[in-house]
Each structure stands twice: as C-alpha cells, then as structure tokens.
Design a protein around this ligand. Structure first.
Ligand SMILES: Nc1ncnc2c1ncn2[C@@H]1O[C@H](COP(=O)(O)OP(=O)(O)OP(=O)(O)O)[C@@H](O)[C@H]1O
Length: 243
C-alpha cells in the first residue's frame, strides 16, 4: 500500500484458533480503500478463515480487526452486512425468480426493492432486465454468478469479498466476471478482496496481493511481487510446486 492510500480493513496481530488448532498466526496488515487486493496461497493456508473474520462470521481469538477505523466488534450484524458484501464460488440461489434473489438482502431487512433499482443492478452486471422474472435455477453458472454479485450490490457495500467466484466457470464467463469486478471497483470505488487460485487472474485484475501459507501472511505488496517473490516458499508456490 502506498502512503496516500487509506486502509479500509486493518489486521493488527490477529490470531484465530478453533478446535485447539492455531489457524491464523499473528496477522498484521491492511487492505487499501478502493483497490483490488487478491489473496493467494496453497490450499489450507487460511484464506477463507481470514474472510470469515472480515464479515463477522468468526471473531479473532486475539488481536484487533478494524473496518473503516472502527473495531469490527462495534458493528451490529446489519451494518456489517451493509458494509461487507460476500460472493462465493457456489453462488447459491433461493427458490424463486431472479427478482426474488436480487431482493433477498432487503427482504431480510423487511424491505422491498424498487423495480428501477433491480433493473439498474441487472444492467450493472450485464444481464438483460428481461431476466427479472426468470426462474433463478434455470440460469447458467456464469449468469448465476453475475446475479450473485448484483445481489451483493443491493446494500452498496464498501467492501466486497470474493471467494473463488470464477473457479467453476468456463473461460468466457470467467473473463466476463473479471471485467465486471473491475467495472464495479471503478464505478462504485468498492474495495475488493478476492481469493483466487488463479495467479494469472491475480496478476491481471489485482492492484495488490497477500500471499498466505500455513496461517501466516508471507508476502504482501503490489501484485507484481508475484513475478519475483523474495520468499523461497512463495517462489515454489508461484512455480506451481506447492498445492
Ligand atoms: N473451525 C475449524 N476447526 C478446525 N480447523 C479449521 C476450522 N476452520 C478452518 N480450519 C483449518 O484451517 C486451515 C485453513 O483453512 P481455510 O479454509 O481457511 O484455508 P484456505 O486457504 O481457504 O484453503 P482452500 O484454498 O483449500 O479453500 C485448514 O487446515 C482447515 O482445515
């Protein structure tokens, strides 16, 4: 992160343990506001666990985690959900139409979505407004992922957490989603934190990267560090020698 950038998510000596296992080890660092940071590392490195701390699904065992300069403990669940949107690889839909799914974040708050808003959100993610009354179960994988991302935008989140959102998609849909995320980042200045196994994708769309291994953050910096990592294990990882 360069000096003029403001941190929006800050980890200060964060540890997380579960079932007697020390899973996240003394994590310190920040995600800059309005930028795309990718989170990479081998399987089991702790990436998804770190995400669950950012959206309040788990709490640090020790240390401090701040969002917008305020401890995550001070956010109530609704304001946390409004600030932090999440899209997952599975892009799970409820039974019903595209509109029902788009409206879900508001339904949970006892509200309805304005039709013009729903149309605008579909337009944002490149789905035609004629999709609104289609059965969500009938969408293709790529369309479902676009809808899942549109759904996170309903609350205008400041931060969007993406966990392997393109891993089960074909190349064309993968490319569409990458373009879409870059567009959202530019249009709404949304901070994006993106877990990906795909290093080419990290290099293509990210401004910054965190490399995690065995519960630790090993290297961070501009995404170009992936071309010439300093750490020997990270060098092995980028060469594909670690799973
Ligand atoms: N609640 C839990 N209880 C016990 N172990 C856990 C728990 N949550 C995560 N772990 C363990 O912590 C480690 C990190 O898991 P995590 O899912 O965060 O890794 P990851 O980097 O996201 O991996 P992947 O890329 O495979 O999704 C793994 O060894 C996992 O089995």
């Amino acid at each position: 992160m360069n000096t003029i950038e403001k941190p929006i998510v800050e980890f200060m000596n964060v540890n997380y343990s579960a079932d007697g296992l020390h899973i996240l080890k003394d994590i310190s660092g920040s995600f800059p506001e309005g930028k795309i940071t990718t989170l990479v590392g081998p399987s089991g490195a702790g990436k998804s666990t770190l995400f669950r701390l950012c959206n309040g699904l788990s709490s640090p065992s020790s240390g401090e985690l701040q969002l917008k300069g305020k401890s995550i403990h001070e956010y109530d669940p609704i304001s946390l959900r409004k600030n932090v949107g999440v899209a997952l690889q599975s892009a799970t839909m409820i039974k019903g139409t595209v509109l029902d799914n788009l409206e879900l974040p508001l339904t949970l708050q006892g509200q309805k979505i304005a039709l013009t808003k729903a149309e605008e959100l579909l337009q944002d993610v490149g789905l035609d407004e004629s999709f609104l009354y289609r059965n969500a179960q009938d969408l293709s994988g790529g369309q479902r992922q676009k809808l899942s991302i549109a759904r996170t935008l309903v609350n205008k989140p400041k931060i969007l957490l993406l966990d392997e959102v393109t891993s089960s998609l074909d190349r064309v849909s993968q490319h569409d989603i990458e373009e879409l995320i870059v567009k959202i980042n530019k249009k709404y200045a949304t901070t994006i934190i993106w877990i990906t196994h795909n290093l080419d994708q990290a290099l293509k769309i990210g401004h910054y990267t965190w490399v995690m291994m065995e519960g630790e953050v090993i290297e961070t910096g501009e995404v170009s560090i992936l071309h010439h990592p300093k750490n020997e294990r990270v060098q092995q990882f980028v060469k594909g020698e670690l799973e």
